[in-house]
Design a binder for this molecule. Structure first.
Ligand code: ADP
Ligand code: ASP
Ligand code: MG
Length: 815
């Protein structure tokens, strides 16, 4: 004998019902019985309709009408015309019965748990009845069985307890006298006094297990809408995958902590009778799914991660708790009396406080009851008032394998910590089969994904990027990510997901990753209006693990948000110099915020584009070296200008040419002013430990006084022309000494200056050509010959490559 059970999601539409019938066909030749849930969503609708009636809202009638229509339509669609009328009449009779009860609720404004169970029973009674008729119409020897005739329970409405002795007897007896395939209502039963009861929400799984147990079935198959029991809820964790097998205990623990795919009590009858439970997908019937049986398997540390929302923590604390025997007993007795079930307990070994997690709906009742129980202790200030913290969730990692393997909790809390998820309470079951943590409900998806990554994809990492700025660098970066995607995934085990792109006008988000190269166009075409506040709000509310904010703008405004971003535990990578070259106060604050939050703030491309300047400097300092001086040519533009400014050329022509080639800022004065170079050397000096401000730097502005101020490009060049002779004089003077002009940045003796100077043939700057940069680091270790870092120091491609490298570094860190 096999018992099959199809859930609401498998019978949500007539088309689904037909495919379920196809799935059952191969089983029909041998012994089989089939349990059905209500059509998808119907139980919720029944509750909703009765709530409307209870509130005196006549809208309940329309909703009931819709519910009736849904069932009648299913009959019309699935059953031949000749047979329809009798069945339609039966459906209407049932709905009339339901209508009478609802009318009663409406009149007396009361809906007891008993009435609610009765109301909910119509879902399964209608679905199993209709499906049985459809099967009969298709020539299958099927028979409708209202499980209330065989399953006997106590009268705890809403979650009735099964009387197995009577139930098993009645089931066996029933099957003795019924040869046709039984089409059974899930979820419902009858109390001793003959009232309708239910087994708890999602209880149809349990119904199937009860039949399997009574009939000593060889297998129990739970057919649902996913590929079996997965490593986590696939709705919340996109990368979840099927667990091929697990033990009854593991399945029980996972479902107890929220894995809705199977009802926790289902495992009991199956376990006692050694019946394997198969979880299979009606949308993918060929797939084996999961088998739940006695053994655990294959040395996997954990099998799954689950979560449960709407949890509150009650914190009972005070000196009165210390060493006083019986306090916990009274506490739990009080909760039991109020029928509040405790999901998790954690007590500090100081015995100073007890922390209890319960469903939020009971928080108020529980607090009142506990404070009443301990009224004297509270009055004597031995126990404080009960503190309640709501809007929490429990995340649990479950697996038989964690027993005797140290390090599970370490890995769990490291993963949560790295993602800035605060843990309010922790508990480990004494079975060592689960560790659960209480976190903010807003963090639950992030927590699940972070844990999933840590335990199941441990050497695989998804980085979620939020990119602002789609100019040359931003665009080059996206292209690079696309080109490197496959290689990164296979060699570095990193997946780069671009979740958002924005420019100054538009922004576009997709949690699952935008299509890389197309993303910028998509953003321009269908993005929403951009402003940093909404961008941040969206980024925060997505709350994705391993989030990185990439600022490829040169905007001051964007950097004003860095502190908030780091505070939200989101790392930042940027070539934008504005943040680090603003006030020293801000520079310091960003570092300490990043440090406190465990977020990363990387900006290697602030100086020398992709050249490894900042990292090299930091590595030297970290290993105990000390900076004596730093000297550099830090502007690719100015280096291009001065290395092209040779005999016979006019300075203004050279600048014009550089602009035409795209080497300068749109306004070349932004380069010639020296400000950009000053910002770079300021950042380097701060990295070296100096608390300097931009104003402390002596800057030689190469823009002559009469070329400053408001003027067009042409006006500027004709004004600059008038100074060609002065620049030529400087060049000739240098050339006479066999020297060359270079715009240098120098840090020495705690002082910083940027200025035009000349260098001798022996100087490393002499031969610097094109738009290259060079940095000489003179340190205690590199005193005789400074360390030289030299190479292309400008351009979108090398800068994007540097940004990309910073992103990858974060990826390796979070592993
Ligand atoms: P049915 O209607 O078949 O009873 P349910 O909605 O009760 O289906 O249960 C199936 C759902 O359980 C899935 O769609 C999935 O979102 C959820 N679920 C939660 N945790 C898990 C898990 N670990 N594995 C598979 N599904 C899970
Ligand atoms: N129909 C019931 C519910 O929605 C039982 C079930 O689907 O298992 O809770
Ligand atoms: Mg279910």
């Amino acid at each position: 004998m096999k018992i099959l059970k199809f859930g609401g999601s498998s019978v949500a539409t007539p088309a689904r019902i037909q495919s379920v019938i196809e799935i059952t066909k191969p089983y029909l030749g041998s012994d089989v019985a089939i349990v059905f849930s209500a059509f998808g969503g119907v139980t919720d609708q029944l509750i909703q309709i009765s709530t409307l009636a209870l509130e005196g809202n006549l809208e309940y009638k329309q909703k009931l009408e819709q519910l009736q229509k849904r069932h009648l339509d299913a009959v019309r669609e699935l059953i031949g015309v000749q047979k329809q009328s009798g069945i339609l009449a039966q459906v209407k009779i049932k709905i009339n019965e339901l209508e009478d009860v609802l009318h009663g609720v409406y009149l007396v404004k009361e809906r007891t748990a008993r009435t609610l169970d009765y109301i909910m029973s119509f879902g399964e009674r209608l679905s199993a009845y209709i499906i049985a008729e459809v099967m009969k119409d298709q020539g299958i020897a099927a028979e409708y069985l209202d499980a209330r005739t065989v399953i006997r329970t106590d009268n705890q409405y809403g979650y009735a307890k099964v009387d197995f002795e009577t139930t098993n007897k009645q089931i066996i007896d029933h099957f003795k006298h019924h040869q046709d395939v039984q089409i059974i209502t899930g979820f419902i039963a009858t109390s001793e006094s003959g009232e309708t009861t239910t087994l708890g929400r999602s209880g149809s799984d349990y119904t199937a297990a009860i039949f399997a147990g009574a009939l000593h079935a060889s297998d129990l198959e739970i057919w649902t809408d996913v590929d079996g029991m997965m490593t986590a809820d696939p709705r919340l964790v996109k990368k979840a995958f099927t667990v091929p097998q697990m033990s009854y205990e593991e399945a029980m623990e996972l479902s107890h902590f929220g894995a809705k795919v199977i009802f926790p009590a289902t495992m009991q009858p199956a376990m006692i009778n050694h019946i394997p439970i198969w979880i299979k997908n009606t949308f993918n019937p060929g797939f084996v799914g999961t088998v739940i049986h006695a053994e655990s398997s294959n040395g996997k540390l954990i099998k799954g991660i689950s979560s449960m929302n709407n949890v509150s923590l009650l914190n009972v604390q005070g000196s009165g708790l210390l060493g006083v025997v019986g306090v916990s007993m009274r506490l739990f007795a009080t909760l039991a009396r109020e029928k509040v079930s405790v999901i998790l307990i954690s007590q500090a070994s100081s015995e100073h406080s007890i922390c209890i997690a319960i469903e939020s709906q009971y928080a108020r009742v529980a607090k009142t009851a506990i404070e009443k129980e301990f009224v004297n202790e509270i009055r004597n200030e031995e126990i404080d008032e009960v503190q309640v913290e709501g809007e929490l969730s429990i995340v649990a990692v479950v697996g038989d394998g964690m027993k005797h393997s140290p390090g599970t909790s370490g890995r769990m809390f490291a993963a949560l910590g790295k993602n800035g998820i605060n843990v309010a309470a922790i508990a480990q079951g004494s079975s060592e089969r689960n560790i659960s943590a209480v976190v903010k409900q807003a963090d639950v998806a992030k927590a699940l994904n972070a844990l999933h990554e840590a335990f199941f994809l441990s050497d695989r990492k998804v980085l979620n990027l939020f990119l602002v700025g789609t100019g040359l660098i931003g665009t080059a970066l996206i292209n690079m990510i696309e080109e490197q995607f496959a290689k990164l995934a296979s060699e570095n085990l990193l997946e780069v997901n671009v979740v958002a792109v924005a420019n100054s006008k538009k922004m576009l988000f997709d949690e699952n990753g935008l299509s890389l190269k197309k993303s910028i166009n998509d953003m321009k075409e269908k993005g929403e209006a951009m402003n940093m506040y909404s961008f941040m709000a969206k980024m925060f509310s997505l709350n994705l693990p391993n989030s990185i904010f990439v600022d490829c703008t040169s905007s001051q405004e964007v950097t004003d948000f860095y502190e908030a971003i780091l505070t939200a535990n989101i790392s930042i990578v940027t070539p934008n110099k504005k943040a680090n070259s603003g006030s020293h106060e801000k520079y310091r604050l960003l570092r300490s915020t990043a440090f406190k939050r465990g977020a990363k703030f990387f900006y290697e491309t602030n100086v020398g584009a992709g050249l490894p300047v900042i990292n090299t400097l930091n590595d030297l300092l970290l290993s105990g070296d000390k900076v004596i001086s730093i000297e550099g040519v830090l502007s690719g533009t100015l280096n291009y200008i001065f290395s092209t400014f040779t005999e016979g050329k006019k300075f203004s022509e050279v600048v014009k040419e550089a602009k035409a080639k795209g080497y300068t800022e749109p306004d070349p004065r932004d380069d010639l002013s020296g400000l950009d170079v000053a910002r770079k050397i300021l950042i380097l000096s701060r990295e070296a430990g100096l608390s300097l401000e931009l104003a402390d730097i002596h800057i030689q502005n190469l823009v002559p006084a009469d070329c400053q101020g408001d003027m067009s490009g042409d006006q500027f060049f004709s004004a600059l022309q008038k100074h060609d002779a002065e620049f030529e004089k400087l060049r000739a003077q240098a050339a006479a000494k066999k020297e060359k002009l270079r715009y240098k940045a120098v840090l020495c003796d705690g002082k910083v200056k940027v200025e035009l100077g000349s260098v001798t043939e022996q100087h490393p700057f002499y031969s610097l050509s094109g738009s290259d940069n060079i940095i000489l680091l003179t340190t205690e270790r590199y005193q005789e010959r400074p360390m030289v870092i030299r190479g292309p120091g400008a351009g979108a491609a090398v800068t994007a490559a540097g940004v990309f490298a910073d992103i990858i570094r974060i990826g390796h860190y979070t592993k």
